[in-house]
Design a protein around this ligand. Structure first.
Ligand SMILES: Nc1ncnc2c1ncn2[C@@H]1O[C@H](COP(=O)(O)OP(=O)(O)OP(=O)(O)O)[C@@H](O)[C@H]1O
Length: 615
């Protein structure tokens, strides 16, 4: 057997930045912005003094140099502020994105599934970068308040009357900014929601390209994707209008304020209370006091950042399954027990299992019509979701008491449409809770009936997934191989062989029985052949267990046969024995559970001794 080459990394993979970068980057932005603001504030005073000295006797050496130094300092500080702002935004964007992604990946799959892929993509890209800019924007906004406040103080120092005049006009500007922030907030939230909606529709379309082509609905689909654009454009226009209106109103108020300050300053100059230089400083300070434009822009960015942060936080705070501290006793048989399990969705009970035991080391099929609750049962059995009531035990230990590594190592899943991760075929199979050897990967591929086609791929096991032209069944078999490679004591297979032909499916089943030893299998099945091969069948109807027993026994029930009749197997006969079952009264009437002597099953479906349940 050849060795599967393992791709070596030349350097370690970058660690995800889940932890926030702290306050330092924001503080640096704040300090630089505040110092830059202080420099801007000092300039009118120093320039005014320089002008007075020049007008007086023409010698203003030190003051002239101070003016030049302030100008150079302002340029440098602006550069530093831009640098720290970029750094702060990049670090926070990475942290916000990483935390949202982590929250998403650890969340209960059911809850995470409520966010469409397009919505998640928008939150992790556009929204994360807007949210990442929030700390720097906050610092810049705080610093931008230093200028008007400082200018007002400076005005008061130079001339209290001019300061009083400016102060009288400020409330109008503050009210204007408040109204702008409020109105913009609603539009920004709606804008971000519609962006997500368009992204979701786009992804649905690319995902369903074949269906759309086959149905000839391309034109209608294009309209469906683009429909929200009208609303988006409207919201965008509204935001520009709000911004423009605020700037225009400010554009009138600020010159009026400056004009009033200049007039009062002129009067004070005429009265001999101010020098020419001081008048220059007063006019400049009046302009700085009403520094409205930058505040409005920063306020807009702040509102956008906050709304975006709410959207990324929603992913970050998705409830995750909490895990315990226990591990399983070694060499347990893998017996699964569901006790008083209830699962409700949107106020409706979708699964109710009073008591069922899935025997260790055997294969149990879960059958029922579409929507009967098979996948919900599989998800509860492998703790992808927690039941709303009741408990699920593996070898006597409740699943929610197990540590996360133990849970994922001991309970494996294979799905109908597995998502393959990793660069190559071998990496896709190796991805899981355990480190698996190349030998184990090949063995798993063989058991899944995938080894032959993988060896025909251009780079065999190291073929990049993107370069591997996989059919639906081949894709599914790689998912099976991954599950087999990491198999613990329980393997849950939710429709995981649905794309395989019956011959291949049978071969996989046989290989699995030989190679996995005692692993317990819970198999969601639509085909009677799968149920027939299983040691035990759990028959679900309307979210409830209608019966538990051997397939042959259940086959005597017309209602049981009807489950498969809808699956195109109506003519297959798998129940040849007489109907002589032990019965259990349920909400569906009297239902066969077993013969009482033939299959030897207890009412909960547990065989008193291993191996006796085989029909
Ligand atoms: N997250 C959910 N939110 C709301 N309802 C849900 C959710 N998950 C499952 N259901 C509902 O629970 C019921 C059982 O679903 P489930 O997927 O288990 O059916 P199934 O037997 O596996 O069907 P199929 O054979 O078609 O796959 C369905 O009515 C389904 O609509």
């Amino acid at each position: 057997m050849g060795i599967i080459p393992v791709r070596r990394r030349t350097r370690p993979a970058p660690r995800p930045r889940d932890t926030d970068p702290g306050r330092l980057p924001e503080l640096l932005v704040l300090v630089c912005s505040v110092v830059a603001a202080a420099v801007a504030l000092a300039q009118p005073l120093v320039l005014g003094r320089t002008l007075d000295l020049l007008l007086h006797d023409g010698s203003a050496g030190v003051w002239l140099m101070a003016s030049a130094a302030l100008l150079v300092g302002e340029v440098l500080l602006d550069g530093l502020t831009a640098l720290f702002t970029g750094r702060c935004t990049a670090d926070w964007t990475a942290a916000v994105r990483s935390r949202a992604l982590t929250g998403m990946l650890h969340a209960v799959p059911d809850l995470a599934g409520r966010y469409s892929p397009g919505d998640v993509a928008t939150r992790l890209t556009l929204n994360a970068s807007d949210a990442g800019g929030l700390p720097a924007t906050r610092a810049a906004l705080a610093a931008s308040l230093v200028v008007p406040a400082g200018a007002l103080v400076a005005l008061a120092v130079v001339d209290v009357w001019v300061a009083a005049c400016v102060l009288a006009g400020l409330p109008a500007l503050v009210l204007l900014l408040r109204a702008f922030a409020h109105d913009t907030g609603a539009s920004v939230r709606a804008y971000q929601r519609v962006q997500s909606d368009i992204a979701a529709r786009l992804l649905e379309t690319t995902d369903g390209a074949e269906t759309i082509a086959a149905a000839g609905t391309a034109v209608r689909e294009r309209e469906r994707v683009l429909t929200p654009l009208t609303e988006l454009a409207g919201l965008g226009r509204r935001m520009w209008v709000l911004h423009g209106r605020a700037l225009a109103t400010g554009g009138v108020l600020v010159p009026l304020l400056t004009l009033a300050a200049t007039a009062v300053g002129g009067l004070r100059l005429g009265a001999g209370a101010l020098s020419v230089g001081e008048l220059l400083a007063v006019v400049r300070y009046a302009q700085l006091t009403a520094g409205f434009g930058s505040a409005a822009t920063l306020l807009g960015a702040l509102v956008r950042g906050r709304s975006a942060r709410e959207r990324t936080t929603a992913l970050e705070r998705l409830p995750a399954l909490s895990c315990g501290t226990r591990t399983l006793p070694p060499d347990g048989p893998g017996t699964l027990e569901l006790r008083g399990v209830r699962v409700a969705r949107d106020g409706t009970e979708v699964l109710r299992v009073d008591h069922v035991v899935v025997p260790g080391g055997l294969t149990t099929a879960v059958v029922g019509r579409s929507g009967a609750g098979k996948s919900v049962l599989a998800a509860v059995a492998g703790r992808l979701i927690d039941p709303d009531e009741g408990e699920v035990l593996l070898d006597g230990t409740p699943l929610d008491r197990l540590t996360r590594p133990c849970l994922r190592a001991e309970v494996g899943f294979a799905f109908a449409r597995p998502v393959l991760t990793g660069g190559t075929v071998a990496e896709a199979v190796a991805a899981g809770p355990r480190t698996v050897s190349p030998h184990r990967i090949r063995q798993a591929l063989r058991v899944a009936g995938a080894d032959t086609f993988v060896r025909r791929l251009p780079g065999t096991y190291d073929t990049r997934l993107a370069d591997a032209p996989l059919s639906g069944g081949e894709h599914q078999r790689l998912g099976l191989a991954r599950a087999f490679a990491h198999a613990g004591r329980l393997l849950v297979m939710d429709d995981a062989t649905s794309s395989l032909d019956t011959v291949t499916e049978h071969a996989v089943d046989q290989a699995l029985r030989r190679s996995l030893g005692t692993a317990t299998r819970l198999v969601v099945a639509h085909r009677p052949s799968v149920a027939a091969r299983a040691d035990l069948v759990i028959w679900l109807e309307g979210g409830r267990v209608r019966a538990v027993g051997a397939h042959r026994r259940l086959w005597t029930e017309a209602a049981y046969r009807a489950v498969f009749a809808t699956e195109d197997h109506g003519t297959e006969d798998h129940g040849t024995e007489e109907h002589s079952a032990v019965s259990l009264g349920t909400e569906h009437g009297t239902v066969p559970l077993g013969t009482g002597d033939g299959d030897g099953l207890r009412r909960d479906g547990t065989p008193p001794a291993r191996g006796k349940v085989r029909p």
